[in-house]
Design a protein around this ligand. Structure first.
Ligand SMILES: Nc1ncnc2c1ncn2[C@@H]1O[C@H](COP(=O)(O)OP(=O)(O)OP(=O)(O)O)[C@@H](O)[C@H]1O
Ligand SMILES: [Mg+2]
Length: 253
């Protein structure tokens, strides 16, 4: 479903070329949930942007849903994203001149959907914002804006959803609700889920964790444990067994 090969991103700076991502390779199966973890500045957001076709690498390629998105020009990438990709940004990127309802309806309209307002309202109700449909972003709290951004990312029912710190601005209870919705989509619609998080509990709920350090992929627990394992489910069980063996507290969320 997603394949990243030898991906490198360098940017020019005053003191010369800076390597933000260094030769990253991995692939993700359909329906898998993957957490990308690592310290601030390790390259997580950059990697997410490249995988979603929001940015282009210096070298290497990204194949998403059988399309080599690295070969597409900017307009083609925009069109590809509208049809295939949902994205929840670290900052919300809501359109300030549109209401909550209009922000969520927009990707549905771009996809040429029907009954877009009704669907957008249903999604906003699911994230607990049924009474904020006509509010503009500046009339909402940070957590409310984040929930609008999540409803918008789900709107077009993308095959793959990228989320950068989706619960970073939320209180524990709201964050939990959002996470439950993310995993419910992952389960019921088979949406592939790739999320960046500093929340270890959230990372553990994913089938697999990739860790970046200074632009390098330093750990991929599936690569270590997947030999002979037929599915993500088995990997998860294997992971829990190994966790339980090393933890005295064996219960998992
Ligand atoms: N356009 C750019 N020009 C120069 N440096 C950049 C550019 N974009 C990102 N960087 C640098 O690349 C590194 C990786 O940035 P990135 O945003 O991917 O980190 P991150 O892992 O998402 O961090 P955080 O957890 O703080 O969000 C950082 O050191 C950042 O300062
Ligand atoms: Mg980031």
């Amino acid at each position: 479903m997603l394949s990243v090969s030898e991906l490198t991103k360098q940017v020019p700076t005053h003191s010369g070329e800076l390597t933000i991502l260094n030769d990253i390779s991995f692939s993700v199966s359909e329906g898998e949930s993957v957490a990308i973890v690592g310290a601030s500045g390790s390259g997580k957001s950059t990697l997410l942007s490249l995988m979603a076709g929001l940015d282009t690498p210096s070298s290497g390629k990204v194949i998403l849903s059988d399309e080599n998105i690295t070969d597409l020009d900017e307009d083609q990438r925009a069109d590809f994203r509208a049809r295939n990709v949902g994205f929840v940004f670290q900052s919300f990127h809501l359109l300030s001149t549109l209401t909550a309802l209009e922000n969520v309806a927009l990707p549905l309209e771009l996809k040429g959907g029907k009954k877009v307002s009704k669907k957008a309202a249903e999604l906003l109700e699911r994230v607990g914002l049924g009474d904020r449909l006509d509010h503009y972003p500046k009339q909402m709290s940070g957590g409310e804006q984040q929930r609008v951004a999540i409803a918008r990312a789900f709107a077009a029912e993308p095959a793959i959803l990228f989320a950068d710190e989706p619960t970073g601005n939320l209180d524990t209870e709201t964050g939990q609700k959002i996470i439950d919705i993310l995993f419910e989509m992952n389960r019921s619609k088979g949406t592939t889920l790739i999320l960046v998080t500093h929340d270890l509990k959230l990372a553990e709920r994913c089938d697999r964790q990739l860790e970046l350090s200074s632009g390098k992929l330093v750990s991929d627990n599936q690569a270590k444990q997947s030999s002979g394992q037929p599915s993500g489910q088995s990997d998860r069980q294997t992971k829990q067994q190994s966790d339980n063996a090393s933890d005295s507290e064996a219960s998992h969320a």
